[in-house]
Ligand binder design. Sequence first.
Ligand code: SF4
Ligand code: SF4
Length: 207
Amino acid sequence: MDKVKTVEPWLQPEGKEPDTEYLAPDEDMLHLAGVVSCILCGACVSDCTVMEVDSNFLGPGALAKSYRFVSDPRDDADSERLTKLNEYGGVWDCTRCLKCVEVCPKKGCPNGQDNVTKRKGDGIRPYEYKWGPSCQAFVDSVKHSGWLNELMLPIKSFGIFNIKAMIALIPTGIRAQLNGKRPPLIHKKISGVENVRRIFEKVENKK
Ligand code: SF4
Ligand code: SF4
């Protein structure tokens, strides 16, 4: 409950108080039906994979509550709410494992990031899942050797013929070298790489 309180789960409208109640169009509230039906059972919090290892994370319950108010057209505190959610422990610490969605008895628990970003990305950098060269390079590397080839990842992501990007990578490479963090020049396969490949085959055959 303490974490829920930190997101100030109450309406904060600005301007002149209406004579009757604060009204919102039905269509603006329909998408909130899920989070409004939250019964604060805490199942999402108990099962959140990040909260288990990071007590600083706001967690799905608080994020669901925050989303409920960020997306309410009658609320005028979006900017402050989103700024807080953008900080350490906020929305970006959610890994989108979807465990909270799976266990929510009300099916009203959009996962931590979706809570806030799908509807109100303004103020928070948009979170996009785009399959691009870096994703493909990541997958290819793990499939080939069983682990990530960090040396080749940026090169394959930007493209080796992207001279500008390659030059821009040089200072990072030098820093990595000086700090003893340069990935190995020869990227060896892990033992048991065939088991990793079997997982890939299984997933690919399911598509
Ligand atoms: S999706 Fe995010 S909030 Fe939900 S359980 Fe996973 S880490 Fe926690
Ligand atoms: S599991 Fe669902 S109903 Fe329970 S606290 Fe989380 S969002 Fe609310």
